[in-house]
Design a protein around this ligand. Structure first.
Ligand code: SAM
Length: 328
């Protein structure tokens, strides 16, 4: 068994999020600037065998959990086979997927058959017009996809809702009721200045601390010791509503980074030790022209050593890459 690595601050880091594409079939308000066209050339995107080589190297350093994300991971051809290959890679204990859910009507079953059991689906609103205003997309296939993954028996299905004042704060109770009705955990995520800073204005920002206070006035909230995921969300049971909710407060939770267990791989092969920091290591010299495992291991170890104690989001952080390329 490979021993988990700890970083310079004693945190166990055993979770890698892998962005497999920077492209998306939706354009969420908080993800991409309007008229964004700076897509990476295809040749810059890592091939699946390069991704699997990185996964094997990470496993040998103690990484156990892997999340496939993007951009929208399900638009990349070959994603189902990649999930299958990832799931059977020795030492990979958990494979997760984050998706906007739009392609689940076609892909939920093939993904399940490929071994996927854990899925997070982004759902920023239930009202079709509000959903469209935020994502530019159609909610119908997403709701169908959620129903399908529940029927197929995925072990973990979670909804992700990015909180935005004046955009979807009126949807919170509906979303909680929907989650309760379908027995799904819902996580509310604070806006982060990952791709754009303008969304972070006081006009849009809705802290999870405010949500907690709002819900405490309506319901009885029981903090849950059990974690429903592998990230830094804090979970609560809403006793009256019967919903289970996670709060991800990257800005308002001052202890957020103390529970950080992850690194991120961008779709063009940059390993990032922290979402809210520009530090990154280019793994391509260890992958091209041919895969050099010894160098890969060195790069991963060096990046882990650089993992900062906390993100820089509260320090007027200026994004240099869009979230879809980094992988949320
Ligand atoms: N396309 C997939 C999706 O929509 O779920 C995967 C990629 S998306 C970047 C992953 C997650 O990051 C989504 O749940 C999204 O809501 C969240 N996200 C993206 N930009 C964000 C931001 N600026 N602040 C907070 N969360 C964000």
């Amino acid at each position: 068994m490979n021993t988990s690595q700890t970083d310079s601050f004693g945190r166990t880091v055993d979770y890698l999020r892998i962005s497999i594409t920077d492209r998306c079939n939706e354009r969420c308000l908080y993800c991409l600037p309007e008229n964004y066209s700076n897509w990476l050339p295809r040749g810059e995107i890592l091939a699946y065998d390069e991704l699997l080589a990185i996964v094997k190297a990470a496993v040998s350093l103690g990484f156990k959990r892997f999340r496939v994300t993007g951009g929208e991971p399900l638009i990349r051809p070959g994603v189902v086979k990649f999930i299958r290959d990832l799931s059977v890679t020795p030492g990979v204990e958990c494979v997760h997927l984050t998706t906007n859910g739009t392609l689940l009507p076609e892909l939920a079953k093939p993904l399940f058959d490929a071994g996927l059991r854990r899925i997070n689906i982004s759902l920023d609103a239930l009202d079709p017009a509000i959903y469209h205003a935020i994502t530019n997309g159609d909610i119908a296939p997403v709701l169908h996809g959620i129903k399908l993954v529940k029927e197929l028996g995925f072990e973990s299905v979670k909804l992700n809702t990015v909180l935005m004042r004046g955009k979807n704060d009126g949807e919170i109770f509906r979303l909680l009721d929907f989650a309760a009705e379908h027995d799904i955990v819902i996580r509310f995520i604070e806006l982060m200045p990952v791709s754009l800073t303008e969304m972070l204005s006081e006009k849009n920002f809705f802290p999870v601390t405010e949500l907690l206070a709002k819900l405490q006035r309506e319901d009885e909230l029981e903090p849950l010791a059990k974690s429903f995921g592998v990230g830094p969300a804090k979970y609560f049971r809403l006793k009256k509503r019967g919903a289970t909710m996670g709060l991800i407060g990257a800005l308002s939770d001052l202890h957020f980074c103390e529970r950080c267990n992850k690194m991120r791989l961008t779709c063009d092969g940059k390993l990032r030790p922290c979402l809210g920091n520009h530090l990154e290591t280019d793994l391509k010299p260890a992958l091209r022209p041919k895969i050099d495992t010894v160098r890969l291991l060195e790069f991963i170890r060096e990046t882990l050593v650089q993992k900062p104690s906390e993100h820089l989001f509260r320090n007027n952080y200026q994004p240099q890459r869009v979230m879809t390329a980094i992988g949320g």
